[in-house]
Ligand binder design. Structure first.
Ligand code: AMP
Ligand code: MG
Length: 473
């Protein structure tokens, strides 16, 4: 493993030095071999193993300082309260990737927290990041999971764990807010130059590199959120300190994948006002970008910042429309604009499972009404919709089986249902990681049939509706 230290070279205004503090009787229980190969990391090497787990202290490891708007209120100083950045490694695509340990022990930014993470939340993050990547949504990844015999106290004592994460960047919107509101303009400039050099080098060749970079950030954020909406993912804590400047989905806490179609669904039980409800995510993305743009008010005129922001809605809408067009198997945008709202009304009224419906629709063949009608109470309403849908699909010269194959490649059979995560966590807490691995395997290839794992594609049982997830665990 060749570890580089570009962020560390920025200097101590950007972080506090610190070490991973290993847990009691820590064990490496899961390691992502294909990601490791991509990053040229050989886990069989003892030196590498010891550096990654924190048993071998690394003098340049650090926790980052940042700020953030949390649930609408500004916190002038946050930071990695339980995270340690080991450094960067180069991937086979030539890009640099951060190695970041979560749950690594207290740091100067821990506030009242203990710096730790519980096994439950590490498993949830592991599964979510791998599931998102397999759905082609830009995301931090999970490289390794460590469990331990150390008790971490939440509502009750729980097994402590650590998760080694990989992302292109861990620089958040909140990083810019920290330096801007502290009036640290030289450091803000340094951060901007760092991002241009490392994440947006193409923008350096343009007439206005900062503007070009912000346009790209807006585009990536819009596309990421369009993908969340299309797949039914809800982040749960869209604070600006959880929004990456590289446009990756990061910091998976009380997230959820939508089951019954319900636009006002709020997955995070600590989000009492529903600020981050599913249907509000696109608007929150804009709100967060607006916070980010303010930090550039000394670099670009107001009108130009507004013009950059105005690209967001168009980018999000057009990307969402093209994703939905593929999901539903249509080729004419006008048909989509008519049929999709009608379909959503039906799905909501029927409390239909979002993933199951689109998967069934992918298998649907002309005239095969019962396949879908058996799923609903109001058969008449859905059959009218299906008739119109067939007319729209028949407008084009593509065969039904061609379209069906294309739909099966974008409508997953398997998504990370809360109860599935819950079940594998219970087993892992008893030391049995087989159910976790089995679930991970289908989530890694969510469009394949995996007939032997059909039960993992089922709707949630009734008891699962009472499962709750909430902030920081
Ligand atoms: P989150 O919403 O989970 O991303 O966390 C918000 C902030 O709280 C971040 O700065 C975290 O580092 C910090 N934090 C969360 N949990 C803990 C913990 N157990 N100990 C210390 N800091 C924490
Ligand atoms: Mg966070």
């Amino acid at each position: 493993m060749y570890l580089e230290h570009h962020f560390a070279n920025l200097g101590e205004a950007f972080y506090s030095k610190g070490l991973i503090q290993p847990l009691l009787e820590q064990r490496l229980v899961e390691f992502n071999q294909s990601l490791a190969a991509f990053l040229s990391i050989d886990i069989k090497s003892n030196d590498t193993k010891r550096i990654l787990s924190g048993e071998e202290p690394l003098s340049s490891s650090l926790s980052m300082v940042y700020a953030g708007h949390q649930f609408g209120g500004f916190s002038p100083q946050l930071g990695d309260g339980r995270g340690i950045l080991l450094g960067e490694v180069r991937g086979q695509d030539g890009l640099l990737y951060d190695l970041h340990m979560k749950g690594a022990g207290p740091t100067p930014y821990s506030r009242r927290g203990d710096g730790r993470a519980v096994l439950r939340s590490c498993i949830r993050e592991y599964l979510a990041s791998e599931a998102m990547a397999a759905l082609s949504i830009p995301s931090s990844r999970a490289l390794a999971l460590y469990d331990s015999r150390e008790a971490v106290y939440r509502e009750t004592p729980e097994p402590g764990a650590m998760l080694l994460r990989v992302a292109q960047g861990h620089i958040r919107f909140g990083h810019f807010e920290y330096f801007f509101y502290q009036g640290k303009h030289a450091e803000l400039d340094q951060l901007i130059d760092y991002c241009l050099e490392h994440y947006y080098p193409d923008c350096l060749d343009t007439d206005s590199p900062i503007e070009s970079m912000l346009i790209e950030v807006v585009k990536r954020t819009a596309r990421m959120i369009a993908q969340w909406q299309a797949v039914g993912f809800q982040h749960g804590v869209m604070n600006t300190d959880n929004f990456s400047f590289t446009g990756e989905s990061i910091d998976y806490g009380p997230y959820g994948f939508m089951e019954e179609y319900q636009p006002n669904w709020v997955c995070n039980h600590s989000d009492y006002e529903g600020r981050y409800a599913f249907s509000r995510q696109p608007g929150v993305g804009l709100w967060n970008l607006n916070c980010l743009m303010r930090c550039f008010s000394k670099h670009l005129e107001r009108d130009r910042l507004i013009a950059i922001l105005q690209r967001y809605e168009l980018e999000l809408q057009s990307h969402y429309d093209s994703l939905m067009m593929n999901k539903i198997g249509l080729h004419d945008e006008q048909d989509l604009q008519v049929l999709l709202p009608q379909l959503f009304t039906i799905l909501e009224a029927e409390k239909m499972d979002y993933t199951v419906f689109f998967r069934l629709l992918s298998h649907y063949q002309q005239g095969d009404f019962n396949l879908l009608l058996d799923e609903v109470v109001d058969r008449e309403r859905l059959s009218v919709w299906l008739e119109n849908y067939e007319v729209a699909r028949n407008k084009h010269n593509l065969s039904w089986s061609q379209v069906s194959d294309a739909m099966l490649a974008v409508n997953p059979k398997f998504i990370l249902r809360n109860y599935l995560a819950h079940d594998v966590i219970l087993a892992a807490e008893q030391g049995d990681y087989l159910p976790f691995r089995r679930l991970l395997n289908v989530l890694n290839h969510p469009f394949d049939e995996h007939v032997e794992s059909n039960e993992l594609a089922q709707r949630s049982p009734e008891w699962a509706k009472s499962l709750e997830v909430s902030c920081s665990s």
